[in-house]
Design a protein. Structure first.
Length: 246
């Protein structure tokens, strides 16, 4: 029997354009932190490969990737090619600059300002920009649970791990999965309403979920974050990602 597959395509691809992208330097810092790398001695081949993998994943999700991400990809590939070439005798005698030096300088400067901004956010705002109001015990308990905000790149990494669990698609299957982002948004909100507490991110993806279902669910999460209808956090760095009402 000839191989066949019946798949009903969406008439209009769902594209998400978000203002929550921190930028290519943030992505590089995320990869450096994830790989526990010394920022002054970046293994450029490894970081370039992982950076390009992230861009491919963003493209698969129809995320609107700004030109600055593509520019950084070109910069990384240029640095990688320079490091593969043998140094000329003149540069060796002069102690030529490491091709990574300018990128390291940018990353260190960006990291410094980012950390300074984080410290400013932690300064007390009570009775200056924020005023106390009475809250229920349930709300107080939920606020104590929320510890560490999750970045977009943490979410993309969690999404990648979920995709790795998907079994390869088998021919002769008839696929008529018509789940939409809007429907998954309602499903997620209903789940949070039933649970009345935070929910682990991986619970949004039941066993045997199709790749399409996983992608649509992830887009629904991003849209809910964009609309400030959910909050994504961890109890501590590198722990399970959870979602809850804002």
């Amino acid at each position: 029997m000839d191989e066949f597959r019946v798949i009903q395509e969406r008439p209009d691809p769902y594209t998400v354009r978000l203002g929550m992208f921190e930028g290519p330097l943030d992505l590089l810092l995320h990869l450096i932190k994830k790989n526990e790398i010394n920022i002054t001695d970046i293994p450029i081949a490894l970081i370039t490969e992982q950076y390009l993998d992230y861009l491919k994943l963003m493209k698969e999700l129809n995320l609107d990737v700004a030109g600055e991400y593509l520019l950084m990809a070109s910069t990384l590939l240029h640095i990688k090619s320079r490091m593969l070439l043998p140094a000329s005798p003149e540069l060796e005698e002069e102690g030529g600059e490491d091709p990574r030096a300018e990128l390291v300088r940018r990353l260190l400067e960006y990291q410094k300002y980012k950390e300074a901004g984080g410290e400013l956010e932690q300064r007390p705002l009570l009775n200056r920009d924020v005023f106390v109001r009475s809250i229920s015990a349930e709300s107080s308990e939920r606020e104590e649970e929320e510890k560490v905000d999750v970045t977009l790149f943490d979410l993309v990494e969690a999404f990648r791990k979920v995709l790795e669990r998907v079994n390869p698609e088998i021919f002769h299957d008839v696929t008529l999965d018509q789940i939409t982002v809007e429907e998954r948004i309602q499903d997620i909100l209903s789940l949070l309403d039933r649970e009345r507490r935070s929910v682990a991110f991986h619970r949004l993806f039941p066993e045997m979920s199709t790749r399409r279902f996983i992608v649509v669910t992830f887009l629904a999460v991003l849209e809910l974050v964009k609309m400030k209808m959910i909050r994504v956090f961890q109890m501590a760095p590198f722990e399970t990602i959870r979602i809850s009402p804002p």
